[in-house]
Design a protein around this ligand. Structure first.
Ligand code: SF4
Ligand code: SF4
Ligand code: SF4
Ligand code: FES
Length: 668
């Protein structure tokens, strides 16, 4: 009954599906026995319409006739012929909401205007996308949104990249016809290390709600109250830091306005740079390099790694290092940990938590801390590359350069908002100092570069500084989903078999773990004849084996998941004793696509943009001379000179490993 009485609204929250027409028909048949008025039966497939599910339907848009797959929305059909229909609540990654009505169009024979994003074409229709009635309606909607919007575009983080602002421009808004609020209604929520919420700039599009509930399956945000009092809130309307937010920032990436943003430390960083007593060191992760060009008007997928190095020096950073160095270090530490777990399980027959889970995604770590705390023993104790780097800088680097660690300021350029939280975790101070002082996102660095008057795409290139500018292709691919697993395999395969493996040949073998499938699975069988235990591993005198015979012919079972909704599926499968419970090692990344789709990356984000960034990452990997973590001479030197008791040895364990905290499912 409800479905039949108000179709456009009922499309809210439902992704158009191929059999929607059938469901509607069934529903209508049932409701015929009820009180449904005849006039409220739109979108029923009439018997004379032969084009059904799987077929094509004729649609005429602004006089152009085309045939589209049954169930295509008007919005998508219009895109096929390059007809622009404005949107606000619609997002390619999310299910249909149909709440903002900015996309309304006229459909002949329909009494009211229809939301193009929520109207599946199931029978021939004629659509007008910019009739006077449509333009008037859209303009009214925009004016109404602006009347409630505490807009100060020139001081807003989204100035020039705001969908509401763009829409106001598109519709020639030059006056506030319905007024404009000048006083704040809501307090800014600045409680989180990772993100800030300004509900006075919220237009109630609910993209953040759908991101958090549907895409990430965390469920921190929801619309509360009704009418004029409606607002997006957390559980019990608590500050975001007090609820189960995992800091992934995916909501920020999909918010059309400045209502959500990351917590920006650039003022503090400028202050440190301007203080001559401070030695300011920055490390840069692979994904920002693949994404930052978008902030300067380049097409997605054009890496600016070496231009960025020059820009960072011009900004005043004393040293520019490569996070890929510590990604290589992570592979050695986390790989050794995995090998030790396998030995303890297979040979020593001790109770061991397997599969081992990766630990480099702080959004994922917070997710498991909240939702599956009983599985924390499975999470590798290895810190993320960001944190390992900080610990090495404040100890070894400080020593060899004779700098007081108290005077070193470590900045991490990351694609991620959760990294801001991670560097403020109280346990991340093993050297006696914070491993990392500030986490800076790609968007924030782009702003610093603009502020410094640097034309990033057109400045000369320069390399990283030594000694931590030496990295391998394995570190680079950490940026894409499946990259940590592939990097680990490049090293484990070679160290265990003693055979030199061409990364591209190995990539052929492990291609199942590349790409954007939500959950990927791979089995890799080791040869019968294995090599000697490498010297690097033998540095750790506690390693309880002297040959690899116990791994001869073993089949490693591996899985990869990206996005916490997929992580949840994997964990539920493990709990149910499903096939993934037999895995030895599973890579988890909180963000869709892995770090390249992180919450600190340029906005917008779409599947196509993420694919382009991945391409940039893999092509950068190919360009590296050294492509395997254990071949990184700077990493080997670090073990020889500083971490002398080897991987997972005493020093490494103290500085490079950590522990986790079981948290609540509803609040922190
Ligand atoms: S959210 Fe957009 S419209 Fe609002 S102040 Fe910021 S830039 Fe302006
Ligand atoms: S940061 Fe992630 S977990 Fe937190 S509210 Fe946004 S989408 Fe949800
Ligand atoms: S916070 Fe942003 S994404 Fe969420 S409803 Fe408001 S405008 Fe939309
Ligand atoms: S209702 Fe279609 S974009 Fe919002």
């Amino acid at each position: 009954m409800i479905i039949m009485s108000a179709l456009p609204e009922t499309v809210s929250g439902m992704a158009p599906s191929a059999n929607r027409g059938d469901i509607m028909e069934e529903k209508i048949k049932k409701d015929d026995a009820s009180r449904a008025p005849k006039s409220t039966k739109p979108h029923v497939i009439k018997p004379e319409v032969t084009e059904g599910i799987g077929g094509k339907v004729k649609v005429t848009i602004d006089g152009v006739e085309l045939r589209v797959p049954y169930g295509t929305t008007i919005l998508d059909a219009a895109k096929m012929i390059n007809v622009h229909i404005p949107t606000l609540c619609h997002h390619e990654d999310l299910c249909v909401a149909g709440v903002c009505r900015v996309c309304v169009v006229e459909v002949e024979k329909q009494r009211t205007l229809q939301a193009a994003c929520a109207y599946p074409i199931t029978q021939p229709i004629v659509v007008h996308t910019s009739s006077p009635k449509v333009r008037r309606a859209r303009r009214n909607i925009i004016d109404l949104l602006l009347s409630k919007h505490y807009g100060e575009c020139y001081s807003c983080v989204r100035n020039n990249n705001c969908e509401l602002q763009a829409l106001a421009k598109e519709y020639g808004v030059d006056t506030y016809r319905f007024g404009h609020i000048t006083e704040r209604r809501y307090e800014l929520d600045e409680s989180s290390y990772a993100l800030r919420r300004d509900m006075d700039k919220c237009i109630l599009c609910r993209r953040c709600v759908r991101t958090c509930i549907d895409l990430q399956e965390v469920g921190v945000l929801e619309a509360i109250n009704r009418g004029d009092e409606t607002k997006i809130a957390t559980f019990m309307d608590k500050p975001i830091a007090e609820v189960i937010c995992i800091n992934c920032g995916q909501c920020i990436n999909r918010c059309p306005t400045g209502a959500l943003r990351a917590n920006d430390p650039s003022d503090e960083i400028w202050k440190a740079i301007d203080d001559p007593s401070k030695h300011v060191v920055i490390q840069t992760a692979p994904s920002p390099r693949a994404g930052i060009g978008e902030e300067f008007g380049l097409e997605p997928g054009i890496p600016l790694t070496f231009e960025m190095n020059t820009a960072l020096r011009r900004c005043g950073f004393n040293k520019v290092f490569d996070t890929n160095f510590s990604a290589d270090l992570t592979i050695i530490e986390e790989g050794t940990e995995l090998i030790l777990r396998l030995y303890n399980a297979l040979v020593a027959k001790q109770p061991v938590a397997l599969p081992q889970f990766t630990s480099c995604s702080p959004g994922w770590v917070k997710f498991i801390e909240h939702f599956y705390p009983e599985y924390l023993p499975h999470v590798s104790s290895a810190k993320s590359p960001q944190q390992m780097f900080g610990a090495v800088i404040k100890t070894y680097y400080a020593q060899i350069n004779n700098i007081d660690p108290a005077d070193i300021v470590t900045v991490a350029l990351m694609p991620c908002s959760a990294k801001k939280y991670e560097c403020n975790r109280p346990e991340m101070v093993d050297s006696g100092y914070k491993d990392i002082d500030y986490g800076l996102t790609t968007r924030e660095l782009a702003q610093m570069i603009r502020e410094a008057g640097i034309d990033l795409p057109n400045i000369p290139k320069s390399d990283f500084d030594d000694p931590f500018g030496t990295a391998t292709g394995s570190g680079v691919i950490f940026g894409a989903t499946g990259g940590v697993m592939e990097a680990a395999l490049r090293t484990v395969y070679e160290l265990v078999t003693g055979q030199i493996a061409d990364p591209d040949d190995l990539a052929g073998q492990v291609k199942e773990i590349r790409g954007f499938d939500g959950i990927k699975y791979k089995e890799l069988t080791l040869p019968e004849k294995l090599g000697p235990v490498p010297d690097l591993l033998k540095m750790n005198k506690d390693v309880p084996f002297s040959d690899w015979n116990w791994l001869s012919g073993a089949t490693l079972k591996l899985a990869v998941a990206h996005g916490t909704a997929n992580a949840k599926k994997v964990l539920e499968d493990i709990i149910a004793g499903g096939p993934l419970s037999q895995c030895h090692f599973i890579e988890f990344m909180a963000c869709p696509g892995g770090c390249l789709g992180g919450g600190g990356q340029p906005i917008p984000t779409t599947p196509e943009i993420r694919k382009a960034r991945a391409k940039a990452i893999y092509s950068e990997d190919q360009a590296y001379e050294i492509r395997k973590s254990h071949d990184n001479p700077a990493v080997v030197e670090l073990y020889t000179k500083f971490l002398t008791d080897g991987p997972v040895g005493h020093t490494a364990h103290k500085l490079l490993h950590t522990s986790y905290t079981a948290r609540g499912k509803y609040i922190v």
